[in-house]
Ligand binder design. Structure first.
Ligand code: MN
Length: 290
C-alpha cells in the first residue's frame, strides 16, 4: 500500500517520541537491563532481504526480553533510472517497528544520518547519496517533500548515540579516531537535548564518534576505558566476510550484504572477543522457510 505524506509524517513523529521516551534511555545512551537478549547489527544500507530476515527471525512479539539494535539503514542500492533512491521506505519500516516494540527496538545515530541532515557530504559513483535520497522523497510525495524531509531530519536527530549492557558491552556506530580519544567530549553521552554545536562537522563529539576510522588496539582500549566498557561492537567499516576484530576489545560487524552478520547476545553473560566472533550469524544462513 502506498502511504500518504500525512501518514508517513505521523509515523516518523510517533517514532521520534518513542526514541525520546525509550524507557531504558538516559541522555544519549540506552542502558539495557540484565538477563535480556540483544541482537546487535552492523550497517544495513537498505539491504531489504537482510532487514526482512532480521525482523522475522527476531520474533519480537514472542520474545519480550529480546532487543534489536538498528543503525545506518538509509542510502542503499535501490535507485531508479532518474537517480532517485528509495531508502526512506526502510527508514519508515524501522520507525514503524519502533512504534510497535518501543522498549525492544533501539537505534544508533550514524554518519549517513548526519550527512542526510546536513544535506551533503557522501558521494557514491559520482552522485550525492543525500540528493538521491531527497529525490526519492520528491518523487513519492510531490508537493509535500519538504515536510517529509523535515520530519525525517527530526526523527534522525532523536536517535541515541550508544547502547550499554550490564555485562560491559558497548554498542555505537563507530568510535573516535586514536588522536581524538583523549580530548573527546564524553559529556555528550549524558547531555540532553543536544544542540547543533554537538552535530557540527569535524569538530563536534557526535561527528567524531560516528565518523572515526582506522583506530588501533591502543585507541580502542583507551576509548573503552573512558566509557567504562569491556567490549565494543560497532559497524561503519565495510567487512567483506561479515566481521573483523580490532585487538581483543572490539568487533566491527557489517549487515549490508549476504555474507554480512548480526550478533545475538545476552546482556549479562561474560564474553571475550572470541565469544562475540563465535556468535556472529551470517544472514545467508538464516532460512526463514526452514
Ligand atoms: Mn557509517
Amino acid at each position: 500500500m502506498e502511504r500518504t505524506a500525512d501518514d508517513v509524517i505521523e509515523s516518523f513523529e510517533s517514532a521520534k517520541e518513542e526514541n525520546a521516551l525509550d524507557c531504558y534511555r538516559t541522555g544519549q545512551v540506552v542502558n539495557l537491563p540484565a538477563d535480556h537478549e540483544v541482537w546487535m547489527t552492523g550497517d544495513i544500507h537498505d539491504h531489504r532481504t537482510n532487514f526482512r530476515k532480521l525482523v522475522a527471525a527476531a520474533k519480537l512479539g514472542e520474545n519480550p526480553n529480546r532487543h534489536l539494535v538498528l543503525h545506518e539503514l538509509i542510502h542503499g542500492d535501490h535507485s531508479g533510472p532518474d537517480g532517485a533512491e528509495d531508502s526512506w521506505r526502510m527508514l519508515m519500516q524501522a520507525a514503524d517497528l519502533k512504534i510497535d516494540f518501543p522498549s525492544q527496538v533501539h537505534f544508533l545515530f550514524a554518519n549517513h544520518d548526519l550527512a542526510q541532515i546536513h544535506g551533503e557530504g557522501i558521494m557514491k559513483s559520482g552522485l550525492s547519496v543525500c540528493e538521491a535520497f531527497n529525490k526519492g522523497i520528491k518523487r513519492d510525495f510531490p508537493g509535500h517533500d519538504m515536510a517529509v524531509q523535515l520530519t525525517i531530519t527530526e526523527f534522525l536527530l532523536s536517535l541515541p548515540l550508544a547502547i550499554r549492557c550490564p555485562n560491559g558491552l558497548w554498542f555505537s556506530h563507530s568510535i573516535p579516531t586514536d588522536d581524538q580519544v583523549e580530548k573527546f567530549d564524553y559529556s555528550v553521552f549524558e547531555r540532553t537535548p543536544l544542540t547543533s554545536a554537538d552535530y557540527k562537522k569535524r569538530v563536534s563529539p557526535v561527528y567524531q564518534l560516528i565518523w572515526g576510522r582506522k583506530y588501533t588496539e591502543a585507541g580502542v582500549k583507551a576509548f573503552a576505558e573512558k566509557v567504562g566498557a569491556k567490549l565494543l561492537v560497532t559497524g561503519h567499516q565495510a567487512q567483506e566476510t561479515g566481521w573483523t576484530m580490532v585487538g581483543d576489545q572490539m568487533l566491527i560487524i557489517d549487515s549490508s550484504h549476504n555474507q554480512g552478520v548480526f550478533l545475538p547476545l545476552s546482556t549479562s553473560q561474560d564474553y571475550t572477543i572470541d565469544d562475540l566472533a563465535e556468535r556472529a550469524t551470517k544472514f545467508v544462513a538464516v532460512d526463514l522457510d526452514a
